[in-house]
Design a protein around this ligand. Structure first.
Ligand code: ADP
Ligand code: MG
Length: 632
């Protein structure tokens, strides 16, 4: 019979499997069992609505049998089975294991890594087999087909007979090599171990004939030497109790971690596991995980949030988005509730009251766990925040700040005085008695903000400053407006609320004296600035830019970086330090050389822009002007 060819992508994966680059061969069994369990799920689903399926839950099973003499390992299920077309389409192509896609998107070189992290699917069978045969009969059909392949050179499909619906996967186990004893995959204890390790929570019994030995009757007593005989017994290898239905004390960290990594395709252990049983308005089990790192597509449109939803141990939806608010979209895991009907459709689920109650309860749970972790295990919380803090800040800002009160106590910002991430409540608890505001400064990085002239005076007063380095920070804080009755204040904003009455008087006087100079400078700068004024906040630096009104320079930067045509402009104020020598130079020029005053005003403005990290209009002119000064 002519062999059919595998699709190109499949062939690549198959090659990898056959050449066994990946050393973790034992997972082939997990993959085949998971396929069998999926096939049973499908039939079970059908049985709920289609009364021609006269199967009850307990009728389903997956059976393993090993034939050492012929080196055959057979995995049988009484699931939905496959038609000829399905055998062709499902086993001739990579269905959805996703590993190759992921690899392509990431241009990863290391096949081994990737295969290790993802379900590799059916082809994993070729890691341990020299030949794979699949005999399948689709539910409702009386035809059966036999699919066979010895590897990358193709496969055949032909009609055959099979007594009942379902699928048998028959592996011809490879001969032992120098490096590996494939024999072990025919040993009952080894197989039992693999099933326990990877497939313990499969909800259908996985059975196997186990060979046991017992004392032969009439021996071992009355002076008769003991003799043993062997017998076989069908045993169920898996506990079938899903991990989330077990008590916390029955599950080890290792169990949680491997369950998480396998189920949610992560490379790393989660940094937090939330396992809970809730009773009351909503009765459900939840097993939730906080990933250690944001998935590669987390902050993109492609990311899909959601928890798996089970109804009494049976999966009804893989990614139920309604169970998680956007600001907790990083949470992975599952919810199992007896209160939900299995037959419920996706559309109905959205309006399901019970589901809403569960979602609210889960949200509260996550929030409490995060708050607890922040207090009790700051190191882990910081790690979490570095991955997902941005999402929490978006959460404060989004929907007009509707959720800000939920989230404000979960935020962290870098602190000038503590030199680490601190919470708002910690900041407020340290505020000095004379301090009116929660001060913050914005910039690209902590290092850059550290050197901002605008922070000088506030720091000099001994007040702590929060450093905002994310684009969303200032927007989020504008939504919050205040924390614990204390308003937020940018170190770049007009009035810092720092001077005493006397200082204010003094400043007014000085300003009055230099009024004409500043008017002249403002005229020289045109509409680049709204005003030139004497600075209260500068101590050693000559100039800085601040802004007036609701829009800060940082927000201008962020908004203008967005792909819209509408550009915004913050009202710029150029502040001059009266105690800096440049001030007297300016005063002199005002009296003697108006042209030079204009040129110097321009230079000072451009410098202030540079300090802010803003683009300057004409770098060449600026550079030439500086050189001009150097040559003089
Ligand atoms: P995945 O399980 O991720 O879809 P696999 O490579 O493991 O990918 O399996 C490919 C497809 O083959 C499955 O989606 C399913 O349609 C089909 N299949 C595999 N094993 C069985 C089985 N025992 N019974 C019915 N269909 C199966
Ligand atoms: Mg699979």
């Amino acid at each position: 019979m002519a062999k059919k060819q595998f699709k190109a992508e499949s062939k690549r994966l198959l090659d990898l499997m056959i050449n066994s680059i990946y050393t973790h061969h034992e997972i082939f069994l997990r993959e085949l069992i998971s396929n069998a369990s999926d096939a049973i799920d499908k039939l079970y689903f059908k049985s709920l609505t289609d009364h021609s399926v006269s199967m009850a839950r307990e009728d389903f099973k997956i059976h393993l049998s090993a034939d050492k003499d012929n080196r055959l390992l057979t995995l049988s299920d009484n699931g939905i089975g496959m038609t000829r077309e399905e055998l062709e389409n499902n086993l001739g192509t990579i269905a959805k294991s996703g590993s190759l896609n992921f690899k392509k998107e990431h241009d990863l070189q290391d096949d081994v890594e990737i295969i290790g992290q993802f379900g590799v699917g059916f082809y994993a069978a070729f890691m341990v087999s020299s030949e794979v045969t699949v005999i399948s009969r689709a539910f409702g059909s009386d035809e059966a087909y036999r699919w066979n392949s010895s590897g990358a050179d193709g496969y055949t499909i032909e009609p055959c007979t099979k007594e009942s619906f379902g699928t048998d996967v028959i592996l011809k186990i490879k001969e032992n090599t120098e490096e590996e004893k494939f024999d072990e995959y025919l040993e009952q204890y080894r197989l039992q171990g693999i099933v326990k390790k990877y497939s313990d929570y499969i909800r259908y019994p996985i059975t196997m004939e186990m060979e046991r030995s017992k004392l032969k009757e009439g021996t071992g007593t009355d002076g008769v030497d003991p003799e043993y005989e062997t017998y076989t017994e069908t045993e169920t290898l898996n506990s079938m109790i899903p991990i989330w239905k077990k008590g916390k004390d029955e599950v080890t960290d290792e169990d949680y971690n491997s369950f998480y990594k396998e189920k949610f395709y992560d490379f790393e252990n989660p940094i937090k596991v939330i396992h809970s049983k809730t009773e009351g308005a909503a009765t459900y089990n939840a097993l939730l995980f906080l990933p250690a790192k944001a998935p590669y597509n987390y902050y993109t449109k492609d990311f899909e949030k959601g928890l798996q939803l089970y109804s009494n141990g049976v999966l009804i939806m893989d990614k139920c988005a309604d169970l998680l608010p956007d600001y907790f979209s990083f949470v992975k895991g599952l919810v199992d509730s007896e209160d939900l009907s299995l037959n419920i459709s996706r559309e109905m689920l959205q309006h399901d009251r019970q589901l809403k109650v569960i979602a609210k309860s889960i949200e509260k749970k996550i929030k409490n766990e995060l708050a607890k972790m922040m207090k009790a295990d700051r190191e882990t919380y910081v790690k979490f925040f570095e991955s997902f803090g941005l999402q929490l800040k978006f959460g404060v800002y989004n929907q007009y700040g509707m959720n800000k009160d939920q989230l404000k106590d979960l935020l962290l910002f870098h602190s000038s005085s503590e030199n680490k991430l601190v919470s708002l409540s910690e900041y407020v608890s340290r505020m000095k008695s004379e301090q009116k505001y929660i001060y913050y400064a914005t910039g690209e990085s902590v290092a850059r903000i550290e050197h901002l002239p605008q922070t000088e005076l506030v720091k000099d007063k001994g007040f702590e400053i929060l450093y905002f380095t994310d684009d969303v920070d200032e927007f989020a804080i504008q939504m919050l407006r205040e924390y614990d009755g204390k308003e937020f204040k940018s170190v770049s904003s007009g009035d810092l609320g720092l001077e005493t009455e006397e200082e204010k008087e003094e400043l007014k006087k000085q300003e009055e004296e230099s009024k004409d100079l500043f008017v002249a400078m403002k005229e020289a700068l045109g509409d680049k600035v709204k005003e030139v004024r004497l600075s209260q906040r500068l101590k050693s630096h000559p100039v800085c830019l601040t802004s007036d009104g609701g829009l800060s320079l940082e927000m201008e930067k962020v908004l203008n970086a967005m792909p819209t045509d509408q550009k915004v402009k913050a009202d710029r104020i150029l502040e001059i330090n009266a105690s800096h020598p440049i001030f007297s130079t300016l005063q002199k020029l005002y009296a003697s050389d108006k042209d030079k005053l204009k040129a110097y005003s321009d230079l000072l403005y451009t410098q202030a822009m540079l300090i802010e990290g803003m683009p300057i209009d004409d770098p060449v002119a600026f550079s030439n002007a500086i050189c001009g000064l150097m040559v003089e």
